[in-house]
Design a protein around this ligand. Structure first.
Ligand code: MN
Ligand code: MN
Length: 449
């Protein structure tokens, strides 16, 4: 009998390295194609439809084996597959988010100053502002015109595209700025995107930028009033390290959980349990709004499934289980002062299970029960998943939350399970391929056990 607990290491304890690298290759394609929640919905639907999922409308009849998705305004997505067992046994839910920290345009963004044209912004989610200056950025989003047409924008991703940019002071003149705390050195109103510098003949630089926008997208300045445009890091995710064991890319939080949750649902070969996958929007700003996890839509869909399958929604929820699929902070030896090493996640030690999140005395967490964790240990053990526990840094150092509590509040046993991330919320975040793969295997075990 093994008396002592020892964290496992993926490479030392399994022979799944090749499988993990192969799995990561398609993940990187997903990551590059889905930099916003809208793009993630499009990518996820394409994969789901290829696997036989079809659109659900409220009232659509359903039976065992049916596979549906519900596209909520192009910004959040719900996918479900009806199982053969009694719906009263509950639903196995995985819930990830597909929005990531970024820099949104304001509604009246365009202006000219000193011969340069800029776009005003209001950042989205928890960013460290100093990380977003002096790096190439791309513009993604939609412009909704008065005539009801919509223009999709992706500018700065093709090698031949121009990029946009936020300036910073040169070190030669940055002495005073350099004395400020990191969080104050770049105020939010300085995050202005440089987008042009060439005047239009006798006209202004601003007019010239508008002329380009009109030519390329058929828009006038007023169309910005009804647009959702975001600046995100330009370029692709890359393998990191000589052994290619890591991936550097934008938006691992939370696509490195959304992708495993989605693919585990699509790939699941066991047809007994009803499976439900949520790809939510607005997690980074508190899960509010019609496309956030707190939207009534989730409950409406659970109610509809329960009713269609002859169950009682309250009873179905009471018997359901949920993995809130979100990332955790990986131990970073460059910043040991922020972590408590015995209880935080480490790269290559597998999927990370966080019993609780929150901050200052577990405030704002749903804190999963010992019984639910015991059940999950059995599920992951049955399928030899490499996993570890995690906590978001030292006690009283900071903290954070996920969608877990909003699902738990609906009387569904919920716990966070995801992938450890280095430099979370930075323009380029880092994860390990092994942990990504074990997260996929964890969702698979959860769906089948
Ligand atoms: Mn997250
Ligand atoms: Mn986040």
């Amino acid at each position: 009998m093994e008396l002592n607990y020892k964290k496992r290491n993926f490479y030392k304890d399994t022979d799944r390295a090749d499988a993990a690298y192969a799995y990561a290759a398609d993940y990187v394609k997903f990551l590059d194609a889905a930099k916003t929640e809208r793009e993630a919905v499009v990518e996820a639907i394409a994969r789901a439809e290829a696997a036989g999922y079809r659109p659900y409308n409220f009232g659509t009849p359903m039976k065992a084996g049916d596979k549906f998705y519900y596209n909520n305004r192009g910004k959040s997505l719900f996918l479900f597959r009806i199982g053969t067992e009694d719906i009263s046994n509950g639903v196995r839910i995985s819930a990830a988010h597909i929005d990531s920290p970024r820099i949104d345009l304001k509604q009246v963004p365009l202006y000219e100053e000193s011969g340069m044209a800029f776009l005003k912004t209001h950042y989205y989610g928890g960013i460290r502002k100093y990380q977003w200056v002096a790096v190439p950025l791309a513009l993604h989003g939609v412009i909704s015109k008065k005539d009801g047409t919509k223009v999709d924008v992706v500018l700065g991703e093709d090698e031949s595209d121009p990029v946009i940019y936020i300036s910073d002071l040169l070190p030669h003149l940055g002495y005073e700025q350099g004395k400020k705390p990191l969080n104050e050195a770049i105020p939010g109103e300085k995050l202005n995107l440089l987008i042009g510098s060439r005047p239009n003949g006798e006209g202004s630089v601003r007019d010239n930028v508008m002329a380009y926008l009109n030519e390329k997208y058929g828009i006038i300045e007023e169309d910005f009033l009804s647009a959702e445009l975001s600046a995100v890091p330009a370029g692709r995710a890359r393998d990191l390290g000589l052994d290619r064991s890591l991936i550097a890319g934008y938006g691992h939080d939370d696509r490195c959980c959304a992708y495993p949750a989605l693919t585990a649902l699509i790939d699941c070969e066991d047809d007994r349990h009803t499976l439900f996958c949520v790809l939510a929007d607005k997690e980074e700003t508190g899960s509010d709004g019609v496309s956030g996890m707190q939207s009534r839509i989730f409950l409406d869909l659970m109610d509809s499934i329960a009713a269609a399958m002859g169950g009682n929604s309250a009873q179905v929820r009471a018997a359901s289980k949920c993995l809130s699929a979100d990332v955790s902070a990986a131990y970073d030896p460059n910043f040991p002062e922020a972590f408590e090493k015995r209880n935080c996640s480490e790269l290559n030690c597998g999927a990370v299970l966080s019993k609780y999140t929150g901050s200052r005395g577990k405030s704002g967490t749903s804190d999963a029960s010992a019984e639910f964790l015991g059940w999950l240990r059995a599920a992951m053990g049955a399928y030899d998943v490499v996993w570890q526990t995690g906590e978001l840094g030292k006690v009283d150092f900071g903290g954070g939350g996920t969608v877990a509590k909003f699902i738990a509040n609906l009387n569904i046993d919920t716990v966070d399970l995801g992938v450890p991330v280095i430099s979370m919320h930075a323009p380029y975040e880092v994860i390990a391929k092994s942990d990504l793969y074990e997260a996929y295997r964890a969702f698979d075990a959860f769906s089948r056990f």
